[in-house]
Design a protein around this ligand. Structure first.
Ligand SMILES: Nc1ncnc2c1ncn2[C@@H]1O[C@H](COP(=O)(O)OP(=O)(O)OP(=O)(O)O)[C@@H](O)[C@H]1O
Length: 262
């Protein structure tokens, strides 16, 4: 099994943030995790990527138990993530940011890089080449040397995805990638996500923008107060009464999307 989450549960001082959540993700699919504010989506990401440890439940990635591993160990297994708040190195150029992501899986270690031991220069060149190619894929081909801090916000978001991709992950976790993007940038993002799926990558997407979710997701899991309330295709989720009830008054966007698709 590629990714299997079973009975995942996490409490924070009396609040059950994630309550017995189970799902599987397959290679080459976009799996979306949605739910009203505070539903537990980011906590699920933190549990999968090793930032938090579950109170109970299992997370297995390619047969390995992730709950006993540290975040960097999980990254080297082929999983990458982005964060709700951008975490770019603002003093670096765009391509240097992407190269920093590639070093996660670099074969030459950090100490070797510092000592400039043989093989490092070749690997740096290879990393640069890979980083440029990932940036082009994300539509950032004209921004290779642009300082990350001067990129428009939408491009900074794409750059963060490029950085996550430069570690050549098989599974990418994206936390609200469309937040703060304008309509054109959101469209570009959706196209990019579909391209990544075509290449066989699996994506788990936490996203409030329902148009984007409904357009790109193969399957959707809906959480409410940490509890899974529905799982299915966009069509099934759009028409699910429990889901509509959970969102009522919470998120007009969902109501709009539900109405638009009906
Ligand atoms: N580190 C923490 N300490 C205490 N409570 C937390 C912590 N992290 C999350 N929570 C609580 O757990 C619940 C789930 O939060 P989480 O951030 O996972 O939800 P979410 O679905 O990602 O929300 P949003 O859509 O607003 O980002 C909330 O009640 C939140 O207040």
């Amino acid at each position: 099994m590629f990714l299997e989450v079973k009975g995942l549960t996490k409490h924070f001082d009396g609040v059950t943030a994630v309550d017995n959540v189970s799902f599987k993700v397959f290679p080459g699919e976009i799996f979306a995790l949605i739910g009203p504010n505070g539903a537990g989506k980011t906590t699920v990401f933190n549990l999968i990527s090793g930032i938090l440890k579950p109170d109970s439940g299992d997370v297995k990635f390619k047969g390995k138990d992730l709950t006993v591993l540290k975040p960097f160990q999980i990254r080297t297994l082929g999983m990458a993530r982005t964060f709700q708040n951008l975490q770019l190195f603002s003093s670096m150029s765009s391509v240097e940011n992407v190269m920093a992501g590639a070093h996660v899986t670099g074969k030459k270690g950090f100490v070797q890089s510092l000592l400039r031991l043989p093989g490092v220069a070749i690997e740096e060149k290879e990393t640069y080449r890979l980083s440029v190619s990932v940036m082009r894929e994300m539509g950032l081909g004209s921004d290779i040397d642009t300082p990350a801090s001067t990129l428009p916000f939408g491009k900074q978001r794409l750059l963060e995805i490029a950085r996550a991709l430069s570690g050549a992950p098989e599974l990418l976790l994206l936390d609200e990638p469309a937040a703060g993007l304008n309509a054109g940038e959101t469209k570009q993002l959706a196209e990019n996500l579909k391209k990544l799926r075509e290449k066989g990558l699996a994506l788990i997407l936490v996203e409030h923008d329902m148009d984007t979710v409904m357009e790109v997701a193969d399957r959707i899991l809906v959480l409410n107060f940490g509890i899974p309330i529905a799982m299915g295709t966009p069509e099934e989720i759009r028409n699910d009464t429990q889901v509509k009830k959970a969102y009522l008054g919470e998120d007009e966007e969902f109501e709009y999307a539900a109405g638009a698709g009906a």
